[in-house]
Ligand binder design. Structure first.
Ligand code: NAI
Length: 361
């Protein structure tokens, strides 16, 4: 059922292939790095064309988790599980219990949680086979459950810093265009509205945009995309907050952008690193996605490691300070904020050092 490829000196450290025809389990777990602690990262359950596409996604996502966890100052490495949605009929509970048994065989080297395509109910099934799982229902007042409000809070606090840095203003004096009013985007709108910001919003679901218009006085624009450029990404706003899918920042989108700050929750916003330089050349401040959206993984880590809510609050409150340091580094080294964040995260992983004293990093 498990085939493990070890890469002793390399990155990723380990690739674990999963195959259990009986339950329908098929996919892989990538342990990108365990230098800072157990490789933590959610489980994606998706339709892939073939194993090649599945493996590439797992490798990319595991690396992203290693960078995010290091930058968030967590004692966790980075990993990811990617599972293929079975073609025929299958028992979902049995499949996730089989996945749990595979995780248990790794004896704590990998910790899973929800990601695209998986739910709290799936993680409850995983938990029947292993304790190395988070994203379960909160119990006895301890952290757990939906991490989105923490993600939104981290993005909000980072946005305050980014707006002050680039525009010298408070959130009460800006217009923010929010793309995607899901769990994170809607909570972010609530915080921004509370701070006095004006809102422009777009979502493919008409009911949530109507709710944002009524509750927050938000202006609504279409979520349609023309030639890779979304309407919400080119409105006359001060800040653009991508909170829908990845890949929001393409070269064409940057050309069309009117906002001076980009700060949102979506993962993998940059289509490639060349776009990061293009954003700088345009005079736009891009707040690195995995730095600002770490609130969710901080809550997940707290659940797994047994921290209380005060620890979650303290660590989410450290996100804006980290952004300031990354922005300072980007000026000092004449690199984009995205490159500066990668420099810091890679250094922490290489040295096996937690980002405790951020000023020393
Ligand atoms: P969600 O699935 O609840 O919300 C996504 C929203 O985007 C939905 O309302 C959907 O209708 C909308 N949407 C999809 N395509 C759109 C388009 N073209 N234009 C406008 N709206 C569109 O997801 P959630 O949890 O709010 O996450 C949002 C983003 O933040 C994702 O990229 C996710 O990977 C990332 N993220 C989420 C975290 C969390 O704690 N939930 C943590 C870190 C990152």
């Amino acid at each position: 059922m498990l085939t493990i490829e070890h890469h002793p000196e390399g990155i990723p450290e380990k690739v674990v292939r999963l195959s259990d025809p009986e339950s329908g389990l098929h996919g892989c777990i990538v342990l990108h790095s365990t230098r800072l602690g157990p490789a933590a990262g959610g489980c994606r359950f998706w339709h892939y064309r073939d194993d090649g596409e599945l493996n590439r996604d797992a490798l990319r996502l595991a690396e992203g988790m290693a960078m995010k966890n290091a930058m968030a100052g967590l004692p966790l490495g980075g990993g990811k599980a990617v599972l293929q949605v079975p073609e025929g009929p299958y028992d979902r509970g049995e499949m996730f219990r089989a996945f749990g048994r595979a995780i248990e065989m790794l004896a704590g080297e990998y910790v899973t949680a929800e990601d695209v395509g998986t739910t709290v109910a799936d993680m409850e099934q995983v938990a029947r086979s292993t304790s190395h799982v988070a994203g379960l229902e909160p119990q006895d007042g301890r952290p757990g459950g939906d991490p989105s409000p923490w993600t939104a809070l981290g993005v909000f606090k980072a946005m305050e810093v980014a707006v002050r840095h680039r525009l010298g203003r408070d959130l009460a004096d800006v217009t923010v265009a929010v793309q995607g009013l899901g769990n994170v985007g809607y909570a972010l709108c609530e915080l921004l509205h509370g701070a006095g910001a004006r809102l422009v919003v777009a979502d493919t679901r008409s009911e949530v945009v109507a709710r944002a218009a009524s509750n927050f006085g938000a202006m609504v624009v279409s979520s349609a995309s023309h030639g890779g450029v979304s309407e919400i990404g080119q409105v006359a706003a001060d800040v653009w907050a991508p909170c829908a899918l990845g890949g929001a920042l393409s070269s064409q989108q940057v050309d069309a952008l009117k906002a001076k700050v980009v700060c949102g929750a979506a993962n993998n916003q940059l289509v490639d690193m060349d776009v990061a330089d293009k954003i700088v050349a345009k005079g736009v401040l891009y707040a690195p996605d995995y730095l600002v959206n770490a609130g969710g993984i901080i809550n997940v880590a707290a659940e797994y490691l047994g921290w209380d809510e005060a620890q979650v609050v303290a660590r989410v409150n450290a996100i804006p300070e980290r952004l300031e340091q990354v922005l300072d580094l980007s000026v000092r080294e004449s690199v984009s904020p995205a490159h500066a964040a990668n420099i810091v995260a890679c250094q922490l992983i290489r040295e096996g050092r937690e980002y405790r004293d951020t000023k020393a990093a």
